[in-house]
Write a protein that binds this ligand. Structure first.
Ligand code: SIN
Ligand code: FE2
Length: 201
């Protein structure tokens, strides 16, 4: 597949997932959240992040006063559920590797949530891509370079878009400035779900 556009090596596939595929992914994410409920991570300084998170796979991403890390269990102590098949299928369609992902982070953004510019660099190797799926309300996605958060460019991601960070884009700074509340009917209560698939070890 050819990306619709590429910013500093960050590939954006517009409208990659049709309505039925999006609904199946939401259903899959809901199943994960039933076993491993969404939680509000805290930063090391004790500030609550605005995005709610949970995970599937061998490792989930957690952040608390001990810092942030990949952890084999949910904060409640239960193991993360397996990555559901429809989510794995997206990885295999876009990642360009036969290696399976070890983590699917599920972020939920309500109307006021955002995510500051950061690099994904908690993984053992940057040779594997990061595959990210947008579901629900539009999000203003900001992309810097691998060297610095600025200069940056922004674009609106809409439901069904897939973003792949690979090559020079693997370590590009990225974040979400804000949502466009009410722009999608996919999630009954509105907001946005982002699925982020990664190889961790
Ligand atoms: C992330 O970088 O973890 C999330 C990006 C997004 O929500 O699109
Ligand atoms: Fe990220």
């Amino acid at each position: 597949m050819t990306p619709s556009l590429s910013i500093n090596g960050v590939d954006v596939y517009r409208g990659a997932l049709n309505a039925a595929a999006q609904a199946a992914l939401v259903q899959a994410a809901r199943g994960v959240a039933e076993a491993a409920p969404f939680f509000h991570p805290e930063t090391r300084r004790g500030q609550q992040m605005s995005v709610r998170m949970t995970s599937a796979g061998a490792f989930g991403w957690v952040s608390d006063r001990r810092g942030y890390r990949y952890d084999p269990v949910h904060p409640s102590g239960v193991p993360w559920p397996a990555i559901p098949a429809p989510i794995l299928a997206v990885w295999h369609d876009f990642a360009g590797t036969s290696r399976a992902p070890e983590s699917c982070l599920i972020n939920y953004y309500d109307a006021n949530a955002r995510m500051g510019l950061h690099q994904d660099r908690d993984e053992a190797s940057f040779d594997w891509p990061v595959v990210s799926v947008s579901l629900g309300d539009d999000a203003l996605f900001r992309v810097g370079t691998a060297d610095a958060p600025r200069p940056s460019q922004s674009l609106w991601l809409t439901s069904g878009d897939v973003v792949v960070l690979r090559g020079e884009g693997r370590l590009a700074y990225h974040g979400v400035d804000r949502l466009r509340p009410g722009s999608s009917q996919l999630l009954p209560k509105g907001g946005r779900i982002n699925l982020t698939l990664r190889v961790v070890t």
